[in-house]
Write a protein that binds this ligand. Structure first.
Ligand SMILES: Nc1nc2c(ncn2[C@@H]2O[C@H](COP(=O)(O)OP(=O)(O)OP(=O)(O)O)[C@@H](O)[C@H]2O)c(=O)[nH]1
Ligand SMILES: [Mg+2]
Length: 326
């Protein structure tokens, strides 16, 4: 196992895509801790720009990613992560097909990984963050995370990326409805995709009104602020994609100039550290035989009224904290 680990590290460092895929699988299956692997390869996780794309099912998110990917400069290496919070099955094959159709499969500098979100200690995107870190350490310069905007997913996505693109379609209903869905709060950029369909201009007008009700995201210290742009696109033919890229660049510059990028990344790190601590504490408690016997005897005592659930938990925690003090 040790030799396997070392050989994986070497292959990963040598830029072998198969090693990246293998590392991701091991992390996803809980057979390897991403942080430990990254320590060995020399983490460069802060480098890649992270973009989140969310919106209702079928809005054209994957088509948009295929179009965006083909417009990124040739110097960019693009990692794509698909997270489907609604299904334990992944939809990566579909996006793979679409990108192949867009003629991008020859580009070895792009890599797709799809995953079902799991109820890990790290929250909805716990594993996705590990995967993004791995991609970043592998040398990807842009990472795009696609997730369907339902339930918590749309609200959590902005905790794990730098810029959030919310994709809507003319049929999404009026602007107020989109606002109610909570999507407006997380959006750094709004896209009306399928603008070839009727009602796009009406929807745009509605969205502009709805957007005016939200305060601009501003930075107190620098006085810089960000007005969420609305971009009309037809992803299937690449229309509006250059505008979208321009706005993405503007947003990146805003984050840099206002210093928000630093705060964002620090907040993200604190979240990761918190999750890592939970994982480590969890592991050291549940794999410790002495703790197990405290639990067994505690259960008996609860029955007889000598202990409570809380006091047993406390005794178990005390045991490992005392150990680590000495
Ligand atoms: N007319 C039109 N169709 C589009 C456009 N963009 C995407 N589509 C079509 O919409 C359908 C869904 O596109 P996807 O890119 O799979 O949408 P998605 O949001 O990724 O879907 P899920 O991942 O399943 O939520 C496909 O049949 C696309 O060809 C567009 O701008 N105009
Ligand atoms: Mg999709």
């Amino acid at each position: 196992m040790k030799a396997d680990f070392e050989s994986l590290v070497e292959k990963f460092k040598a830029g072998e895509s198969l090693a990246l895929a293998r590392a991701i699988s091991l992390v996803e299956n809980g057979e390897m801790v991403a942080g430990e692997f990254l320590e060995r390869v020399g983490e460069r996780s802060a480098c890649a720009r992270r973009i989140g794309i969310t919106g209702p099912p079928g809005a054209g998110k994957s088509t948009l990613i295929a179009a965006l990917t083909s417009c990124f400069g040739t110097e960019e290496k693009v990692g794509i992560v698909l997270v489907d919070p609604t299904s334990p099955f992944s939809g990566g094959a579909l996006l793979g097909d679409r990108i192949r159709m867009a003629g991008l499969s020859q580009n070895s500098d792009f890599f797709i990984r799809s995953m079902a979100s799991r109820g890990s200690l790290g929250g909805l995107f716990g594993h996705s963050e590990d995967v993004m870190d791995l991609m970043s350490a592998f040398g990807f310069t842009r990472i795009v995370l696609e997730t369907i905007g339902v339930g918590q997913a749309e609200l959590e996505v902005n905790n794990v990326v730098d810029s959030v693109i919310v994709v809507l379609v003319p049929e999404s209903g009026d602007g107020i409805q989109a606002m109610k869905a909570g999507l407006m709060e997380v959006a750094d950029l709004l896209v009306i995709n399928k603008s070839d369909r009727p009602g796009a201009d009406c929807f745009l007008a509605d969205l502009e009104v709805a957007l005016d009700l939200f305060p601009e995201k501003s930075d107190d210290e620098t006085g810089l602020s960000w007005k969420v742009p609305i971009v009309k696109t037809i992803a299937t033919v690449g229309e509006g994609i250059q505008d979208l890229l321009g706005y993405l660049e503007d947003h990146h510059n805003f984050l840099q100039d206002s210093g928000k990028i630093k705060t964002l990344r620090e907040e993200r790190m604190v979240d990761r550290i918190r999750a890592d601590i939970s994982r480590q504490v969890h592991k050291s408690i549940w794999t410790n035989p002495e703790v197990a016997s405290v639990l067994t005897s505690g259960l008996r005592q609860i029955d007889s009224g000598g202990e409570t659930v809380h006091s047993v938990a406390e005794n178990m925690i005390k045991l490992i904290t005392k150990k680590e003090d000495t």
